[in-house]
Design a protein around this ligand. Structure first.
Ligand code: HEC
Length: 397
């Protein structure tokens, strides 16, 4: 029953996370596009002198006319829209999902004894330190004198992320490392909204009401953080979905793949921003797709080497016995493994013919990537993996 409730919480949490994420990223992409497409306002009789740019758009059967003030309008409107709950709810739902899947069920999703045999509390504490510590390091970097120089900041941030990626991949299962890396970046983005951009906007309004000059530092900081957020967006999205692909996260060089994906995502965003200004260069695209192609080529499955003559080949029933013992506690119509209400991804190994039909995927998951059994909860041995290996390679002859 508990696992059934967990599945529903997972489904509803994921749904809410995707909705809020779309609302946040959608609004944030829209405002960046808007800002980058503003034109000098046409002088008209009723143009406010403080307006610095304007934009016309047609959408959903109506015309829209946006104006951006250089600092603030002479009178604050009674009803001013803020955009912050999209960000906060994305983080809250994401945190809920992370805690539900990776912390509460750490022995399944977060801990991989073949990577590091952590206890559940230690694994969860490392996860919390990664997310909170990542924000502190990033925030302090931005506020330090390094933060004043865009290139230095980018370089330091890159080095920091490489280190985090490497360390996480030495501690957690691949999927656990990827999701924590993504959650850390996502937390930096929400932290930027909550701790820098919103306070800056509040000061702007307070200054306006008190008739004083707003402190320009807020504007400078907010600009820096929103630029960072723009370039974090696509990497975070790619990382969040990439943890469903064992070919990426279960690879021995998963930490490099994670960095490659992040850089590719940021480069694509660079291209979009250049495009807003009408000057897209091919360089970011070459970098992004070059990196993706490089990763694809580097991890491409190699044909299984043929087995030596005279090697003893296990029978199908011997292999099916291994699969039944090590896999079918989860991958069966009615799983017996605690935490599983239904077979993951609908994959079942009920009979010898199931095992035979899925030889390729079994080989891929249990021998090549070793992503399965997940967290090695069922304690498959190296000899058993070898038996599957020999059996599969023999079947390929
Ligand atoms: C403790 C439970 C558990 C055990 C035992 C287990 N699996 Fe899985 N398996 C999962 C989960 C959870 C997923 C879904 C992972 C995801 O969402 O990326 C999965 C996914 C898969 C997939 C689909 C992979 C994909 O990316 O589409 C295959 C194939 C698979 N398992 C094969 C096996 C084999 C072979 C074994 C035995 C060697 C095994 N599993 C043992 C829990 C288990």
């Amino acid at each position: 029953m508990e696992s059934y409730v967990l599945e529903w919480l997972n489904l509803l949490g994921r749904w809410a996370h995707v909705i809020t994420g779309i609302a946040w990223i959608g609004a944030s992409f829209y405002f960046i596009w808007l800002d980058n497409n503003l034109e000098a306002p046409k002088p008209t009789a009723n143009l406010d002198p403080g307006v610095g740019g304007e934009l016309w758009a047609v959408h959903g059967g109506g015309f829209y006319h946006s104006q951006k003030y250089k600092v603030a309008p002479p009178e604050l409107p009674a009803n001013l829209h803020w955009f912050k709950w999209e960000a906060y709810t994305t983080w809250i739902t994401g945190f809920f999902l992370l805690a539900l899947m990776y912390w509460y069920q750490a022995e399944i999703y977060l801990i991989d004894p073949a990577v590091a045999d952590l206890s559940k509390p230690v694994a969860v504490i490392i996860g919390v330190i990664c997310i909170a510590g990542g924000w502190v390091v990033y925030d302090q970097l931005c506020r330090s004198r390094f933060g004043e120089n865009e290139r230095t900041m980018t370089l330091l941030l890159f080095v920091f992320l490489v280190v985090v990626s490497f360390v996480l991949c030495q501690l957690f299962s691949g999927r656990g490392a990827f999701i924590h890396f993504g959650a850390m970046l996502g937390t930096m983005m929400v932290g930027n909204v909550a701790a820098v951009i919103m306070p800056g906007q509040r000061d702007l309004i307070a200054a306006k009401e008190q008739g004083r000059e707003p402190d320009p530092i807020h504007g400078i900081r907010a600009k820096q953080r929103s630029v960072h957020n723009t370039y974090f967006t696509l990497p975070v999205l790619l990382i969040m979905i990439s943890n469903h692909y064992a070919m990426l996260h279960a690879h021995p060089y998963n930490w490099l793949i994670l960095i490659g994906l992040s850089v590719a995502g940021a480069a694509i965003r660079v291209w979009f921003v250049q495009r807003h200004f009408g000057k897209p260069s091919v360089i970011p695209l070459v970098i992004a797709f070059g990196l993706l192609a490089l990763i694809a080529a580097a991890i491409a499955p190699k044909p299984a080497p043929s087995i030596d003559a005279g090697t003893k080949v296990p029978s199908l029933s011997a292999v099916h016995a291994i699969v039944t013992e090590r896999c079918a506690s989860c991958h069966a119509d009615a799983p017996t493994q605690p935490g599983f209400a239904s077979p993951p991804k609908g994959i079942v190994f009920n009979s010898e013919s199931d095992t035979k039909a899925q030889a390729q995927t079994i080989y891929q998951q249990a021998v090549v990537t070793k992503a399965m059994p997940i967290g090695n909860l069922t304690g498959i041995t190296e000899e058993e993996r070898q038996a599957i290996d020999v059996w599969f390679r023999d079947s390929q002859r």
